[in-house]
Ligand binder design. Structure first.
Ligand code: ADP
Ligand code: MG
Length: 721
């Protein structure tokens, strides 16, 4: 640090300096820091925050140490030092050969008692250091060995070293880093050097007025205190500031992309509501829920704006998304365009077709179904009808995106159960627009995503939420039982079948244990067939190893009511509607995620009868899993469950996130815990963009520069659909 060359580096250093040039690093360590921790610049190093802190502000009396304590530090004097060979024999300190020593043991004591400290490595050096009578701070994990309190390989500091009495950051590390000498201590030293070099010329990233209004500490203070906190209070201030900054810049970047898109992406202008919409609306067998009305208004505003709609519609299973899709399609039709609805499976497409046909009957709009099973002649007719515009609405599977399917004027594409489709497939729909203008896009998903996550995952999309269930929906009674209730469960299903109902029995299928899972499924199926024998009962089975035709056949048998019980793996998760099914049994329920369980449960409770969800749990259920099952029994609100799921598992593992991944990784903020900060930060970002959408004003130059950094140049998620 003191050599003139180093001073020169320090003077010139800023956040963008390559990490190699930080004194103490060099090319070799730079490469390791890059591959192991993704650190390329000095700024990356300073933005690597401790994931926890060791509180070294307290000194514990030896008499008060309990072996269950985590890390403690004691201030003690060295009483006696002994050296041992591998075979346990004590070696004399005189005429010692250190390579014969395998263990150093020292008895240290404070005024309250004594303990042993043990070293297996670095013995020569430690032996020289631990002179009897001298006092040290020993910091480590206490344990009991042979009735004696001990500490193996504690950190040893002299009482005046200044190395204790503070909160010490602990950084992510790897074996490779440790083996190359980049220990926690070395990290701290490097970070200290980096701070010295960077802080004098550090640019603040947040506008002054936000700092003032929110009472946030400056970046320089925050960076110093996050790495070397003087006390808990300073650490809390630093943490808050850095979380706010992280969420603010992320939201600013996402919202900016959204602004750019909505200004540049020309959309089909659909000013009219149209006769078809009105005719359908008048004939509705029920009143729309408030949430449905609100969402339809949002969609209508988009469709008449002249900009392309790109909207995600979230709504729990059974919340009535189909009706929203139908009315949106009719807006397109009423303005002289066509609409398509794409579903992930044949059965779902058929179901949509049946429902939509019913709703469209009073309107006179022609609706057709196109799937892989559509015959050649029918297909030819459909192609012609789409091209001459006589078909207003088409429902289908992937068959819809084939190049041979051409529209006269496609105005709206609705995609159901969004996470089943790849981005590429969706973009092929996108290209079927009219006169080079892409259709409006509405993506519907029944996977509830917590708001904070939606704002980040789809921060640049518009999100509509149906957060209200149609009236009269019977709650699903959920119970969680063990193996001893299997017999009772069978009897219960028999009773329901006697009343004319049907039952689902679902088995987990987890990729890693696929073989075993298929075996369990097969055994379970055989057991069910035995308990529910022909000719009185019919049991269908659906799983991933069947051909599409077999799956289709079994599934339709159940949908049509020809089978009483459907045994399956999770393939039925997607929105099949069997209103007559009143029981959902989930085997090894503890192995499913919370939102997956909720999705499965949503398959029942769709008819007029009271429905049941029975969670069969195994014998070994972890505390965490039990908590999930209890939660599921306690609430039917999908969003509540999604929030809880995210708190328990973190956002990365949530369904819906796994497919697309988070657009950026967060260093310090948590989507599960920092929802309030996120809301606040998003508000500020919105406000700035309202005034300066492209961040061109001089007062926003710093923000614009910040967003140019790699971290924010993300994939173009705006075209997710
Ligand atoms: P999902 O959102 O899961 O796709 P659906 O659109 O299939 O839900 O609707 C579930 C059921 O609720 C359907 O039987 C539908 O007819 C009915 N439904 C939809 N909206 C209403 C409403 N406003 N009032 C009463 N029933 C409704
Ligand atoms: Mg649906």
């Amino acid at each position: 640090m003191k050599s003139p060359a180093n001073c020169l580096y320090l003077q010139r250093m800023n956040m963008d300096t390559a990490i190699q040039y930080l004194p103490g690093v060099g090319p070799k360590r730079a490469e390791l820091l890059g591959t192991e921790l993704g650190i390329a610049t000095v700024g990356d190093l300073l933005r690597l925050y401790p994931f926890r802190y060791i509180d070294r502000s307290r000194i514990v009396r030896i008499a008060d140490i309990h072996p269950d304590l985590a890390l403690v530090q004691v201030r003690a004097a060295v009483m006696k030092v002994r050296l041992f060979a591998k075979n346990g024999a004590e070696l004399p300190a005189e005429k010692l050969k250190y390579n014969a020593v395998s263990r150093l043991s020292a008895i240290v004591a404070d005024e309250s008692g004594e303990m042993e400290v043990v070293f297996f490595k670095g013995i020569k050096w430690m032996h020289a250091r631990l002179q009897p009578g001298s006092v040290f701070i020993f910091f480590g994990k206490p344990a009991v060995f042979g009735n004696r309190l001990n500490m193996v390989h504690p950190e040893v500091d002299s009482p005046d070293s200044g190395n204790f009495g503070v909160l010490t950051g602990v950084y992510p590390s790897t074996e490779k880093l440790k083996n190359s000498g980049i220990t926690g201590k070395v990290m701290l030293k490097l970070i200290g050097t980096a701070l010295e070099g960077v802080l004098p010329t550090l640019q603040e990233t947040l506008p002054d007025y936000i700092l003032k209004e929110k009472g946030l500490v400056p970046l320089s203070f925050a960076l110093r205190q996050i790495h070397f906190p003087v006390d808990q209070d300073a650490l809390a201030k630093a943490t808050y500031r850095l979380k706010f900054e992280e969420l603010f810049l992320l939201q600013l970047s996402l919202l900016k992309q959204k602004y750019i898109r909505s200004r540049s992406e020309v959309g089909l202008r659909m000013p009219a509501v149209g006769d078809a919409f009105n005719a359908c609306f008048k004939a509705l067998p029920y009143e729309l829920t408030g949430a449905q009305k609100r969402v339809i208004r949002e969609i209508r505003d988009d469709m008449k704006s002249g900009h392309q709609m790109n909207r995600l519609l979230q709504g729990d299973v059974g919340s009535g998304k189909t009706m929203v899709a139908v009315l949106s399609a009719l807006i397109a039709v009423g303005n002289g365009y066509q609409a398509c609805v794409m579903a992930p499976t044949e059965v779902l497409a058929q179901q949509h077709f049946a429902n939509v046909s019913k709703y469209l009957a009073p309107t006179g709009v022609k609706v057709v179904l196109l799937t892989g099973n559509t015959g050649v002649a029918a297909r030819r007719e459909i192609h012609a009808g789409l091209e001459d515009g006589s078909i207003g609405v088409i429902i289908g599977t992937h068959a819809l995106i084939e190049d041979t399917v051409q529209f006269k004027a496609l105005g709206l594409a609705v995609v159901d159960e969004q996470h089943r489709f790849g981005v590429e497939q969706r973009s092929r729909l996108w290209n079927k627009g009219s006169g080079g203008i892409p259709p409006h896009v509405l993506v519907m998903t029944a996977t509830p995503i917590p708001r904070t996550l939606a704002m980040t995952l789809y921060g640049d999309l518009d999100v509509s939420v149906i957060d209200e269930m149609p009236p009269g929906r019977k709650p699903v009674q959920t119970l969680c039982v063990g193996e001893n209730k299997r017999h009772a469960m069978h009897n219960f299903i028999r009773d329901e079948i006697a009343k004319g109902r049907q039952a689902f029995i679902v088995y987990p299928l987890i990729f890693e244990s696929e073989k075993l899972d298929y075996k369990n499924l097969q055994l379970g199926y055989e057991e069910i067939v035995k308990a529910f024998p022909l000719p009185q009962y019919k049991v269908a089975i659906v799983h991933g190893q069947q051909t599409p035709q077999e799956k289709e056949f079994n599934m339709s048998a159940f949908v049509a009511g020809r089978a009483n019980i459907l045994v399956s793996t999770t393939v039925i998760e997607v929105g099949v509607d069997v209103p007559n099914a009143s029981v959902m049994v989930i085997e090894s329920a503890e192995r499913f995620g919370l939102s997956q369980l909720h999705q499965l449960r949503g398959r029942v409770g769709r008819g007029a009868e009271k429905s049941f969800c029975i969670l069969m749990k195994g014998t070994k259920v972890s505390k965490e899993s039990q908590k999930r099952l209890d939660l599921l029994c306690a609430t039917e609100n999908g969003f509540e469950l999604a929030e809880e799921d995210m708190k328990m598992r973190g956002p990365g593992d949530l369904e819906g996130t796994m497919q697309s991944g988070l657009p950026v990784s967060l260093n310090i903020a948590s989507l599960a815990k920092d929802g309030l900060i996120l809301n606040d930060a998003r508000g500020y970002a919105q406000h700035i963009l309202d005034q300066d959408p492209s961040l061109e004003k001089p007062c926003n130059a710093l923000l614009a520069a910040e967003l140019k950094k790699d971290k924010y140049v993300t994939k173009d998620y705006s075209k997710i659909s």
